[in-house]
Design a protein around this ligand. Structure first.
Ligand SMILES: Cc1cc2nc3c(=O)[nH]c(=O)nc-3n(C[C@H](O)[C@H](O)[C@H](O)COP(=O)(O)OP(=O)(O)OC[C@H]3O[C@@H](n4cnc5c(N)ncnc54)[C@H](O)[C@@H]3O)c2cc1C
Length: 258
């Protein structure tokens, strides 16, 4: 896959509302052996809210294009846009983005997109974040946006991954949870735990969610993001625990991992 090399190649969407821009990769950070944070420089980026996403478009030499959505991993910061991409082994786009895409390379980007799965710094309500795998990405943008805004809104994050090596942003989350009494972090491992971990691997179920979530009477806004099956199971459990479906916001990234 290549992309049009010139800014003039940027095109508009069919609706003509959000233009395609040509971004360049400015920085790479490996989060895990199969996930990479990409920092893009996007000329005339209009800014965004935590929780929003972008579309990336790749174009092959024969004109074939592939487009995928990626959540923004950090709050708005001038022309810098931060994404974290998980490699899907047999995927078309994510292997390119995580293994081939190099600093200085161009990519077409369109956004920001989405207005429901967002957190605004002026929101004061308690927030429950529940992430499965790469579903942490837009929730991390909310955690970071809260810190940048010095918000006092209480935040709780439950982050489920298969093994410790699959977790993103590990040091940053540890630091934020230690340094900020308004931010609680619960980790759940479904396949292997760190040595000495107090519980065996398990899925985030009713008992654990009732322990880590705010009580329903506290009326938190709940953001749940991850693979389809994870999101459905967590959303059903939160509703069973009495949470108002109207305060539940979900984002699905794709198939449940096997
Ligand atoms: C709103 C939204 C936000 C997203 N944000 C992110 C993000 O921040 N980071 C990120 O890494 N991905 C994110 N995704 C997923 C992303 O858009 C792609 O689906 C993913 O990168 C796979 O694309 P691909 O071209 O490599 O795989 P494809 O060629 O599309 O698919 C190859 C195979 O993998 C399966 N597959 C596709 N997507 C997934 C998936 N997500 N998990 C498991 N299997 C899958 C397909 O069923 C197929 O069998 C988001 C998706 C949506 C809808």
């Amino acid at each position: 896959m290549t992309v049009p090399p010139r800014e003039s190649a940027a095109r508009s969407t069919a609706a003509g509302r959000i233009p395609w821009r040509v971004a360049r990769l400015a920085e790479i950070r490996d989060e895990t052996p199969s996930a990479r944070t990409l920092v893009l420089e996007v000329p005339q980026w209009p800014g965004h809210l935590a929780g929003q996403r972008v579309d990336l478009r790749l174009t092959a030499e024969d004109g074939y294009t592939a487009r995928r959505s990626y959540s923004l991993a950090a709050p708005t910061d001038g022309s810098r846009v931060v994404l974290t991409v998980q490699r899907v082994a047999d995927g078309e786009v994510s292997p390119y983005l995580t293994q081939v895409f190099a600093v200085g390379d161009p990519v077409e980007i369109r956004g920001p997109v989405g207005g429901w799965f967002v957190w605004r710094p002026q929101d004061r309500d308690p927030v429950l974040l529940v992430a499965g795998g790469s579903g942490i990405v837009p929730l991390m943008a909310m955690v970071r946006a809260r810190a940048v805004a010095a918000s006092r809104a209480p935040f709780r994050l439950a982050y489920s991954v298969r093994t410790p090596g699959d977790a993103y942003y590990t040091e940053e989350l540890r630091h934020r949870a230690r340094a900020d009494p308004g931010f609680d972090l619960t980790r759940v491992y479904t396949r292997a735990t760190p040595p000495g971990w107090p519980s065996p691997p398990h899925r985030l179920g009713l008992a654990e969610l009732s322990a880590v979530a705010w009580p329903a009477a506290f009326a938190p806004t709940c953001y749940v993001c991850g693979p389809n099956g994870f999101v459905e199971s967590v959303a059903d459990t939160l509703v069973a625990l009495g949470h108002d479906p109207g305060r539940l916001r979900t984002e699905r990234f794709g198939p449940s991992g096997r």
